[in-house]
Design a protein around this ligand. Structure first.
Ligand SMILES: *Cc1c(COP(=O)(O)O)cnc(C)c1O
Length: 430
């Protein structure tokens, strides 16, 4: 595989961009090997700067549900761009996308558009604190809610001990109110709520964890959180930046039959452009400025290009009522094919999947929380990743990131993936 151009670009970039990247996981540091510089995307495929083609299982970290350069999205973008790219005043596309989200996602009685998932979760926490007049936040180890200070607490830190930041540059004060408990452990949540009665504004969770690899909620876990939040006067926030529109058109909360007080959306809601939203019960959302005392603003929020791409994407979902059933069918095929190849290769690995998000964990036992994920064989994962890449399959370059596929991944693509995976799993076995 010729990688001359990618290599040269990476070398030049390392002098200007820390690590040669604009987001750390793109750097390949977790797996070794050489990051590919992407020249273009076509449906389920990526083409690198040297012309090599890859089946894409990153899908812009889940932001793309219909593949790259989806024609209806491109057409909507061209129309919107002709009319001007930013106004700093309300434009009809904002209302159209808001109505679309409101129709599809039951939890979104009212919403506010922002520019990234990080902004959405940061604003949702401020809103929860403002609305409850409490400061405490319960989050789950291995969850990711963007890079705002409040979330960058070490597992086990928080009210019980002293706030310990998980990143340099985060003031200890910013995480003193953050309490981190294990995923899938409702008893730990209950203990925290009881030990610090009246302290917690919110419980924030990915209803299907995707940022420690794909970890589904245990049956009853989300319902238990709903019950505990209500009982203790805390708001339940579902961070659906990854799962929204992917796990189901109505989101993972609706899929599992549990209603949050607030929900954050991102990735798919912007159709591949920078866009996100926080949303929830109307009485809570009315606390946001200019109606209420919780301040939050954005120069480019509701940007017409992002709104147009998001709207075209949501319209494509609404126009295909069978889409998620079809993704489930392909996902089940991909999973059973991978499981057969794992058995054939004799490697200790397992596939965890919810719809079109999945992880091959190099672990004997099920991964139910961050400690389980941390016990996986990362060297085996790195061999798996490298072998897939050499065979033209772009898998996320970390054991702790979910892989994604979408409507552009047809039967031929799944077939090709399974052929490459059979070899890659033998490579992983060492
Ligand atoms: C990606 C992600 C975020 C952060 O979104 P950005 O747009 O990268 O800031 C937050 N929460 C979850 C669950 C995510 O997957």
């Amino acid at each position: 595989m010729n990688l001359e151009r990618s290599r040269a670009l990476q070398r030049a970039a390392e002098a200007l961009l820390p690590g040669g990247v604009d987001s750390p996981v793109r750097s390949f540091r977790a797996v070794g090997g050489e990051p590919r510089w992407i020249a273009r995307g076509e449906g389920a495929w990526l083409v690198d700067a040297d012309g090599n083609r890859y089946l894409d299982y990153i899908c812009s970290w889940g932001a793309l549900l219909f593949g790259h350069a989806h024609p209806p999205v491109l057409a909507a973008l061209a129309r919107a761009a002709q009319a001007g790219t930013s106004f700093g005043a309300s434009s009809p596309l904002e209302l159209a996308l808001a109505e679309s989200v409101h129709r599809m996602v039951p939890a979104a009685e009212m919403l506010r558009f922002v520019n990234s998932g990080t902004e959405a979760t940061m604003a949702a926490i401020r809103l929860a604190r403002g609305a409850t007049d409490r400061m405490g936040v319960i989050q789950f180890a291995g969850g990711y809610h963007g890079h705002a200070d409040v979330f960058l607490a070490q597992a086990g830190s928080g009210l019980a001990t002293q706030g310990l930041a998980a990143s340099a540059g985060v003031p200890p004060e910013a995480v003193t109110h953050t309490h981190t408990v294990p995923y899938n452990d409702a008893a730990a949540v209950e203990r925290a709520l009881r030990a610090h009665a009246g302290a917690f504004a919110a419980i924030i969770i990915e209803p299907v964890a995707g940022n420690m690899g794909c970890v589904p909620p245990r049956p009853g876990f989300l319902a238990a959180l709903r019950h505990l939040a209500t009982q203790h006067g805390a708001l339940l926030i579902f961070d659906e930046v990854m799962t929204g529109f992917r796990v189901a058109a109505a989101g993972a909360g609706a899929h599992f039959g549990v209603a949050p007080d607030l929900i954050t959306l991102g990735k798919i809601v912007g159709g591949g452009l920078p866009c996100a939203a926080y949303a929830g019960r109307a009485e809570i959302m009315r606390q946001v400025a200019p109606l209420g005392p919780v301040y939050q603003a954005g120069t480019l929020s509701g940007n017409p290009l992002a709104m147009a791409a998001g709207l075209a994407t949501l319209e494509a979902i609404a126009a295909h009522p069978e889409l998620h059933a079809e993704l489930e069918r392909r996902g089940a095929w991909l999973q059973s094919g991978l499981e057969a190849a794992i058995a054939q290769a004799g490697v200790a690995a397992r596939v965890q999947r919810v719809g079109s998000m999945l992880t091959v964990f190099f672990s004997e036992k099920p991964v139910e929380n961050f400690a389980d994920a941390g016990a996986c064989d990362r060297a085996a994962f790195a061999r798996f990743h490298q072998a897939l890449l050499e065979r033209g399959v772009m898998w996320p370059p970390s054991q702790f990131e979910a892989a994604f596929f979408g409507a552009a991944h047809g039967d031929a693509e799944i077939e090709a993936t399974l052929q490459a995976a059979a070899v890659a799993l033998r490579a992983a076995a060492g």
